[in-house]
Design a protein around this ligand. Structure first.
Ligand code: AHM
Ligand code: MG
Length: 340
């Protein structure tokens, strides 16, 4: 019987060989990241039995308490990626500076950024969490790799994706020609292509935002959510539903699957910070995936992928998902007073 299941490996080989969409080194990189995600998925699955739950008793560079799994996932990604010869350096939410591939290994031309374990507050309560990653190319010059090399706008990504560890482990990937979804087959130990060319519906009646921050929001965000809450009797003339998982991976996965709008906007709690989420390894990869699926991603005023990063751990306001809703919120920002 003909085996119609397409593994991630075969899918990537075909992209490299037939379509010429990706170079061999990038294919290798993506396979290695997928392998690391498999290993993280295994650790997540074991939970208390594997002794991976709870706090690690340390803080990351952003002053957030690190969970054991944050550190485990970070180490798994580094160990998997440092020796293959495809990378020059890595950067992570859990590391202050960049991690240059040690000189005992060959250096490749790619830069890998990741949030090793997104949705950390959900680890101990057995709710979906994930890994988010973004791939850039080293700028063309002969000097050694520096942090500066990572500071490229999101539109220059060459690959981006995430893996969500939920009821299923699902890897979602783009190399710039659409969005494909792979589900981990635990018996076979491989990711299998389960959806190709994802498209986000342009309209939606579902929004995702942490409502507990409402009193701190800026006027355009408040206006949008107030109108949604007014439902059928309000200016939108329809009822809206709300979801908030508090794992960006899981919220974005829902939006890629059935549409919706996700917002983690700037708010007045810490007005000097542009937002909570990180540009380079959260907003950029998710923004590109969403755009590749026909959606939109802005910070309220500018396309996320056009934001020029000034530092590795830069934060950004995030509004992404179904195109017409994101455009509406962005328009509300334009119509309001200019940002401070
Ligand atoms: P993390 O990378 O430390 O897990 O933080 C990012 C997460 C996102 O996944 C999620 O959307 C957001 O933080 C939830 O924040 P809040 O708890 O403020 O709702
Ligand atoms: Mg995160």
């Amino acid at each position: 019987m003909k085996n119609t299941r397409i593994s991630l490996t075969r899918h990537l080989v075909e992209k490299q060989r037939v379509d010429g969409h990706i170079p061999g080194q990038l294919r290798l990189l993506l396979e290695v990241v997928a392998r690391a995600c498999k290993s993280i998925s295994h650790a997540v699955n074991k939970g208390a039995l594997g002794g991976v739950l709870g706090s690690a008793g340390s803080e990351n560079v952003q002053g957030e308490v690190q969970k054991k799994l944050d550190i485990i996932a970070n180490e798994v990604l580094i160990e998997a990626n440092e020796w293959g010869g495809h990378l020059a350096a890595m950067a992570s939410e859990e590391m202050e500076g960049i991690y240059v591939v040690p000189n005992r290994y060959p250096q490749g031309e790619y830069l890998l950024l990741f949030d090793p374990l997104d949705g950390s507050s959900n680890i101990d309560v057995n709710v979906s969490i994930g890994t988010i990653f973004s791939v850039l190319k080293m700028p063309d010059d002969d000097r050694g790799v520096e942090e500066q090399d990572f500071l490229q706008p999101g539109r220059q990504q060459v690959a981006a994706g995430y893996c969500v560890y939920g009821p299923q482990t699902t890897l979602v990937l783009t190399v710039g020609d659409g969005v494909d979804v792979f589900t981990l087959d635990r018996e076979q130990g491989s990711f299998v292509l389960t959806r190709e060319g994802l498209r986000i519906p342009e309209d939606t009646q579902e929004f995702a935002i942490n409502m507990s921050n409402m009193r701190h929001w800026d006027e355009p965000v408040r206006r949008y959510v107030d109108e949604c809450l007014a439902g059928r009797e309000g200016p939108r003339g329809k009822d809206f539903n709300m979801r908030w998982i508090a794992s960006m991976v899981a919220d974005v996965h829902r939006i890629l699957t059935r549409g919706g709008i996700f917002m983690y906007p700037w708010d007045k709690r810490e007005p000097h910070k542009p937002g909570k989420l990180r540009l380079m390894y959260e907003a950029n990869p998710m923004g590109w995936l969403v755009e590749q699926a026909g959606g939109a991603a802005t910070n309220g005023r500018e396309r996320i992928l056009d934001v020029q990063p000034r530092q590795l751990h830069e934060r950004v306001s995030v509004i992404l998902g179904s195109r017409n809703e994101v455009e509406r919120v962005t328009r509300y920002h334009r119509e309001a007073a200019p940002a401070a």
